[in-house]
Design a binder for this molecule. Structure first.
Ligand code: PEP
Ligand code: MN
Length: 339
């Protein structure tokens, strides 16, 4: 961290700031220029609120040199994190696709969709049993009954299960049925929930909050890492912008940014990222071209009657076509998609 003093700051103000920094545990490296005195504060103090220093008398600016997150950063860990689970590796050379309905609606529905996404090459079955809906009047999910149906379908067709956990009180039950726990956009900064997910050892997919900066998102991942759970998949799912043609704006540039800043694998969700069926495939292609480790996408055999997000769900044939295209794009960026 570097503290830049105001031009020609008085010596007593400089000494006051130096004392403050020392009290916080920093070693000080002072440099007196023609107009500015610059104080280099040396020490690992990721928890410091730089605004506390910025308001000190005589301080012009405080510049952070290192990121406020640590365990999630590329500087802390150079190699990509690879998450291995029973024959599946996330974050390696294989592009991993999670697919399935927005919500689990019935035993038959999840079975039909699981069979078809598996046949097209998906490795993970997605589906919500506890749904975080904007309206309390919308379908809230089947709860444990839904988890049971999804686990049975996944086991029948040889798929892994990802599903959302929306509350601390559900962690245990969701862990019993799921291979990967999803934290939804609306819960990215639910610090109690993500703190608890640091204590489990199942992988967690942390979706980006709809108004979260990349730094806030990585800070959220830090909560999980700090608890000791290193198996985190970040997922860009679209952010809220002034544009309202699409449901959200899928920030594809977040993919290379995350790759630079962090060692964690990154997926995108082109379904929630666009909200419109015919925009999903182009954004899936773009995500893989940008270097995403995988995507999570909504697929429904009868989207007109889906209980949630039918408008953004691909038909199984579209999903199959998308997988064929992603195979080609994957090869162009040095990855592969298993068939
Ligand atoms: C979902 O995946 O069904 C979901 C609710 O996603 P998000 O949290 O990104 O809105
Ligand atoms: Mn959905």
């Amino acid at each position: 961290m570097v503290v830049v003093m105001e031009p020609k700051a008085a010596e007593d103000k400089i000494q006051n700031v130096i004392q403050h920094l020392k009290d916080l545990g920093f070693e000080i490296h002072r440099s007196d220029g023609v107009t500015h005195t610059i104080l280099g504060a040396i020490g690992d103090k990721t928890g410091i609120d730089t605004r506390q220093l910025e308001v000190l008398d005589g301080v012009h600016e405080v510049i952070r040199i290192s990121e406020p997150y640590k365990l999630a950063s590329r500087s802390f860990k150079k190699e990509n994190t690879k998450i291995s689970m029973n024959g599946l590796e996330i974050g390696g050379d294989e592009i991993i696709v999670a697919a399935g309905p927005c919500s689990i609606e019935s035993e038959e529905q999840i079975d039909i969709i699981a069979r078809s996404v598996k046949a097209s090459g998906a490795k993970i079955l997605r589906g919500g049993a506890f749904k975080p809906r904007t309206s309390p009047y919308s379908f809230q999910g089947l709860g444990e009954e839904g988890l049971r149906y999804m686990r049975a379908a996944a086991d029948k067709y040889g798929l892994f299960v990802i599903t959302e956990v929306i509350d601390v009180s559900h962690i245990e039950i969701v862990c019993r049925y799921a291979d990967i726990l999803q934290v939804g956009a609306r819960n990215m900064q639910n610090f109690t929930l993500i703190g608890e997910l640091g204590k489990i050892r199942q992988p967690v997919m942390l979706k980006r909050g709809m108004s979260a900066t990349i730094e806030e998102w990585l800070m959220a991942s830090e909560y999980i890492l700090k608890g000791g759970n290193e198996s985190i998949i970040l997922c860009e799912r679209g952010i809220r912008t002034f544009e309202n043609y699409t449901r959200n704006t899928l920030d594809i540039s977040a993919v290379p940014v995350i790759k630079k800043l962090s060692h964690l694998p990154i997926f995108t969700d082109p379904s929630h990222g666009t909200g419109i069926r015919d925009k999903v495939i182009p954004m899936a292609r773009a995500s893989i071209a940008a270097g995403a480790d995988g995507i999570i996408v909504e697929v429904h055999h009868d989207p007109e009657h889906a209980k949630s997000d039918g408008a953004q769900s691909l038909y199984p044939e579209q999903f199959d076509q998308m997988m064929k295209e992603l195979r080609i794009i994957g090869r162009a960026v040095g990855k592969y998609l298993d068939s």
